[in-house]
Design a binder for this molecule. Structure first.
Ligand SMILES: Cc1ncc(COP(=O)(O)O)c(C=O)c1O
Length: 392
């Protein structure tokens, strides 16, 4: 048995089988490339589902994280740390928000947003105004509340009863939104680009209508930017492309460059909704994660970084659309969906592995979430492998 076969055997004997995994044991990474246990190299167009925003083991990021590990790895949220204060300040400034709550994942950030919306409404209007409208085909996480919020029937199995108080509206259907925005609603939650749902951007007209209708009724807008945030779309927040600032924005995935962290950002109106004891997380705002987050923010805020992300996104798009097997591309920035003419996305992802390329899928599309630091030569090398698979 090879070393990777032994690892897979041990793994499957002891780890719950909740994922359909590829038979590949990842050993290490550097830049935009990683290596499996058998020594095979891969170009990574998936970045751990958008988490390794600066690629693997970026030097400045690794130095910052390691320095923090050697200084103070954790303490309880009953005390203050300078690094959480610094990260909170820089994140709020960069994102344009008033305050932040730190958790450890996207689902937790969304749980936090749901609690804030319900408490804001309860404090101001009393009971009964607790419904949260989410969109058909959305994805908000795997906890009970975020599964209940997720607008896909496939996720509403086995784990009954789901939480009450979530209603789905068809994306881009303003009439459906108007019909369901009744007096029980406290928030509308949306992804500007539905990621897991197939890399589909919302229409500007619909986003405008959401904000206008919500403002008129003091209904909060929650932007789930877990996948779209932190530079992924070429702006710090995808909401910036739409000219909108949600009352609440949630972030996770790439926020700390590959260390677990989630953040729920609120505007001034919501700054005091949580009072001591109403929410918490043992690991939220962990110093190591904050050190990683600061290194990511420093890079994103450096001159020209986001405009380079946009240029690279355009480069990807032009090359992809010249491929005979590609019917079209979707998404924003380096969040790219590829519609295929004849091939199945799952088959392409699998065949790409053999060629030494990691790609993702979303519904029937191939999905690319490359590290934001990817270089043109790496885009070329990865796309050549993808085109070989597509044109085979
Ligand atoms: C838009 C969105 N929200 C929430 C989540 C859940 O994030 P996590 O897996 O970190 O809990 C995801 C994960 O894919 C996501 O894409």
């Amino acid at each position: 048995m090879s070393s990777s076969e032994q690892t897979i055997k041990k793994f499957n004997e002891h780890v719950m089988q909740s994922y359909g995994r590829y038979p590949l044991v990842m050993e290490k990474g550097q830049g935009r490339n990683c290596k499996d246990e058998d020594g095979k190299e891969y170009i990574d167009f998936g970045s751990g589902i958008g988490t390794n925003s600066l690629g693997y083991c970026d030097e400045k990021w690794a130095d910052a994280v390691c320095a923090q590990v050697r200084t103070l790895q954790h303490n309880s949220n009953y005390y203050y740390t300078a690094i959480q204060a610094e990260f909170a300040e820089k994140l709020c400034e960069t994102a344009g928000y008033d305050r932040v709550f730190f958790g450890n994942s996207g689902a937790e950030a969304n749980e936090c947003a749901i609690k804030i919306a319900r408490k804001y409404s309860f404090d101001k209007y009393g009971k009964g105004r607790h419904t949260i409208i989410t969109l058909v085909n959305s994805f908000h996480g795997r906890t009970m509340a975020t599964l209940s919020a997720t607008g896909q029937d496939v996720f509403h199995n086995y784990f009954f009863p789901f939480l009450e108080g979530f209603v789905n509206v068809a994306a881009n259907d303003i009439d459906d939104l108007k019909a369901k925005l009744d007096d029980t609603v406290c928030a509308v939650m949306l992804e500007y680009v539905q990621g897991e749902g197939g890399v589909n951007a919302l229409q500007q007209e619909f986003v405008d209508a959401v904000y206008e209708l919500c403002a008129a009724k003091d209904v909060l807008v929650i932007a789930d930017e877990v996948q779209t945030g932190v530079g992924r779309t070429g702006k710090f927040l995808a909401g910036d492309w739409f000219g909108k600032k949600a009352d609440v924005t949630t972030l996770a995935k790439g926020i700390a460059g590959g260390i677990p962290m989630g953040a729920c950002l609120v505007n001034e109106k919501l700054r005091d909704v949580f009072t001591p004891g109403t929410h918490g997380s043992t690991f939220g705002g962990n110093p190591i994660a904050c050190a990683g987050g600061l290194a990511v923010l420093d890079r994103l805020n450096s001159d020209g970084f986001l405009s380079e992300v946009n240029k690279k996104a355009q480069y990807f798009k032009e090359k992809l659309e010249n491929c005979s097997e590609v019917a079209g591309t979707s998404g924003l920035g380096l969040m790219i969906g590829i519609t295929l003419k004849t091939k199945k996305a799952a088959d392409v992802a699998k065949a790409s592995l053999d060629k030494g390329l990691l790609v993702l899928t979303a519904k029937d599309k191939v999905r690319l979430l490359p590290p934001l630091t990817i270089e043109y030569s790496e885009i070329d090398a990865g796309l050549n492998k993808l085109f070989e698979v597509l044109e085979e």
